[in-house]
Write a protein that binds this ligand. Structure first.
Ligand SMILES: Nc1ncnc2c1ncn2[C@@H]1O[C@H](COP(=O)(O)OP(=O)(O)OP(=O)(O)O)[C@@H](O)[C@H]1O
Ligand SMILES: [Mg+2]
Length: 355
């Protein structure tokens, strides 16, 4: 392992060294190019038996000097071009992701926020063969589901065999889920590790493939993912997330999410820049910022995927009593947690079982 890492590091260093050499050579040569070009042009011109007059010479020198600027930016243009290609590849992978499916049904009874009737969901069951995927992309069809129903049209026999071997992997599914969640209720969801709690949240969000049954949701949704994420901006911008700044509401949420002490530890308070170029937050801080962002967005339904997992018991209790039970009072909250005492204090508790 260590040897592999060292080999990769050496390879990376060699490439970086090469790039640095090319960069410095081009930086050295480019300013001298107009002079060398002028000398070579004059020599060639005179050696062919022409008479070089001052007006011709000065015109050529002026033209070559104006080219100096465009030549100077050439290395930067090449660098920008390669960065553009890399960025395009990244955009492409995001744009080719499967569309999220919004529930097709609406809730019949107004008192319910979420209704599921013998609903079955699974994660994407087919990995697309790269050859086949390229063919589909070339033909302008990006949707995996569509690709798979029409696969025979696009594949040769060899490719078909190859694809079949890839697509036969069983994937995780949650089956026959029937539940009704009343508006304004706090519902706890617990279960063993890997039993499908996050998958259930993803099913509500339309991120899993809906295989059968009915799903209906009434209201806007805020989601706190298990893996908290942070934008490369200030903490305040991370919490506001484009919403207007209301100091009273903001401070109330910051207090409820136990972020005050963290802000005090930074010189710039909540205006401190975080992310790649700033300081990094701890896992617990990121989780609380994510929770504060969701709470500030003021939605009807809150899907909280284990937001208390990285905070200590004291902070967790504060967040539960002040934020989840008080600030989110009247909202529909689905709380995934391993802390069973929280499920006892929630109005009802669901249990995700192994499928
Ligand atoms: N994005 C995904 N694509 C494919 N399979 C997934 C995806 N996310 C989860 N799974 C699969 O679903 C199963 C359940 O995972 P899930 O994350 O829902 O469990 P969990 O109950 O939330 O676990 P934990 O308590 O560790 O958070 C796992 O076997 C996992 O491999
Ligand atoms: Mg999970």
């Amino acid at each position: 392992m260590k040897d592999n890492v060292l080999i990769k590091k050496d390879m990376e260093r060699a490439v970086l060294e090469k790039a640095a050499y090319v960069h410095s050579i081009s930086n050295t040569i480019i300013p001298t190019v107009p002079v060398l070009a002028a000398v070579a042009t004059f020599l060639g011109y005179v050696m062919k038996g022409n008479n070089l007059t001052p007006d011709e010479a000065f015109t050529i020198i002026t033209v070559l000097s104006t080219m100096r600027t465009s030549l100077g930016v050439l290395p930067f243009a090449v660098k920008a071009m390669t960065e553009l290609l890399v960025s395009c590849e990244r955009y492409k992978s995001i744009l080719l992701m499967m569309e999220m499916q919004a529930p097709k049904w609406s809730v019949a009874d107004e008192k319910f926020a979420i209704v599921m009737n013998t609903a079955t969901f699974s994660w994407e069951s087919h990995q697309v063969n790269p050859t086949y995927k390229n063919k589909m992309v070339k033909q302008g069809s990006m949707h995996t589901e569509e690709c798979l129903t029409n696969e025979d049209e696009y594949l040769s026999d060899d490719e078909h065999v190859n694809l079949t071997s890839i697509t036969d992997h069983p994937t995780f599914s949650i089956e026959d889920i029937t539940l009704t969640i009343e508006k304004g209720k706090l519902v706890g969801i617990c279960g063993t590790v890997g039993c499908g709690k996050t998958s259930l949240m993803s099913a509500f969000l339309g991120r899993m493939i809906h295989r059968s049954g009915k799903v209906a949701m009434d209201g806007s949704v805020a989601y706190v993912a298990q893996q908290a994420w942070i934008m490369n901006a200030s903490i305040r911008e991370n919490i506001l997330f484009g919403e207007e700044y209301d100091p009273e509401r903001y401070n109330g949420i910051v207090e409820a999410c136990c972020l005050e002490e963290d802000f005090e530890s930074f010189v710039e308070g909540d205006l401190i820049e975080i992310g790649e170029r700033g300081i990094n937050l701890s896992g617990g801080q990121k989780q609380r910022v994510s929770l504060a962002r969701a709470v500030y967005s003021d939605r009807d339904i809150y899907l909280l995927d284990d937001p208390l997992s990285a905070v200590d018991t004291h902070i967790g209790s504060h967040i539960f009593s002040k934020c989840i039970k008080k600030v989110l009072k009247g909202k529909t909250v689905l709380l995934v947690t391993h802390q069973l005492q929280k499920n006892q204090s929630s109005v009802s508790a669901g249990l995700a079982s192994d499928t």
